[in-house]
Ligand binder design. Structure first.
Ligand SMILES: *Cc1c(COP(=O)(O)O)cnc(C)c1O
Length: 353
């Protein structure tokens, strides 16, 4: 039968994409502020480009060079993908074939587990400490590679670089991936460690800090031999992954540093204010270095809050998973959205207790 030939996997479950007028959408960590005006201008200008007719550069060309310059690395140290999900999937296929288990935290980006299973990568999860921090010493054991999100998701917690360095040092023959999807909202980037550690891959995305989730741009920075390996595996599957608009708009966005910084500053300020407001309402809020917070109420179960918020068209994320099933992950929106959230939670909690 035809269906016997189908490969079956447990897919990643992304946050819902509801569309209601006046909804408050705080469930997928999108940036509430518009894309950079320079990127928007670049988008408007390519509408009638002759370049639509031609294949794009296989390595994202101009975008790769713009990213190298932005980060102060060489062109041959950058790999560009269709969102960091694509970059991470290529890394799993390229770098994790030793047979020993690839290690990542038990509570982290749930896609890691999906890819490991999909690509037949032996893997094991390492429990976070009781306080939800990552214990670097747990990654000092035989393994086939390590994947750490820093800040971690969905906790938002930042691991100090000293911890990352412990892991890099202990595994010189293994690839250590640091997924920095949220690093622009804190300061703890592992990029400076690239000079000293040949086994490091830093993964970044335009989706959160650059307000470009819909554009699908992600990238990795590492030593040239690693980048070469990633390019060769990617080219064996699909040579032309990065479309022309992504190259042009992605490059333009990097020139708008001032706008970029101003939206980040606003989000960080709102995050700190939102944290205090939630604490006043009786929430325990984990310290966040990201554009979301992870919070648990002392009396009202997270599932109840999630459902009551949804009735009011306020969307947050709830994970029915051991250890975190009494937490909500709430994206930092604008001040107005955050006020709506706080008002809604205030009334829900009053009605419940
Ligand atoms: C959002 C996210 C990604 C994926 O982002 P893309 O939109 O595919 O670039 C990767 N890792 C983590 C931890 C994320 O939260």
């Amino acid at each position: 039968m035809l269906s016997d030939n189908f490969r079956r996997v447990d897919p990643y479950t992304p946050g819902a994409q509801p569309h209601f007028a006046n909804m408050v959408k705080l469930n997928t960590n999108e940036n509430p502020y518009p894309v950079s005006p320079l990127a928007a201008k670049a988008a408007a200008e390519i509408r009638s480009s002759e370049l639509f007719r031609l294949y794009p550069p296989t390595d994202a060309g101009e975008l790769k060079r713009a990213l190298a310059e932005y980060h102060g690395v060489n062109d041959d140290q950058v790999f560009v993908g269709v969102g960091s999900d694509d970059v991470l999937a290529v890394i799993f296929q390229t770098c994790f074939a030793s047979g020993e288990p690839v290690l990542f935290p038990d509570i982290s980006y749930s896609f890691y587990d999906v890819w490991a299973k999909m690509f037949g990568v032996n893997h094991a999860t390492v429990p976070l400490r009781e306080n939800f921090t990552i214990d670097p010493s747990q990654y000092v054991q035989p393994n086939g590679g390590v994947v750490i999100a820093n800040p971690n998701a969905p906790t938002g917690m930042v691991m100090p670089l000293s911890g990352i360095e412990t892991i890099l040092k202990a595994n010189p023959e293994r690839i250590v991936v640091v997924d920095e999807a949220y690093v622009d909202f804190c300061k703890e980037t592992s990029l400076p460690l690239l000079d000293r550690y040949d086994n490091l891959i830093v993964v970044r995305t335009y989706s959160k800090s650059r307000s470009m989730a819909g554009m699908r741009i992600g990238y990795a920075i590492a030593k040239p031999n690693i980048i070469n390996a990633l390019e060769s595996v990617k080219s064996a599957i699909n040579s032309y992954t990065i479309n022309w608009p992504s190259v042009v708009i992605g490059s333009a966005a990097l020139k708008d540093e001032e706008y970029f910084r101003s939206t980040i500053d606003k989000i960080v300020a709102t995050r700190e204010w939102m944290t205090k407001e939630l604490e006043k309402l009786g929430f325990r809020v984990l310290p966040s270095g990201a554009n979301f917070v992870f919070a648990s109420h002392e009396e009202v179960p997270a599932k109840v809050l999630f459902e009551k918020l949804e009735e009011k068209h306020i969307f947050v994320r709830y994970f029915p998973k051991k250890r975190i099933d009494n937490f909500l992950r709430i994206t930092v929106g604008t001040d107005a959205q955050t006020q709506q959230l706080v008002d809604a939670l205030t009334s829900i909690i009053q009605d419940y207790v």
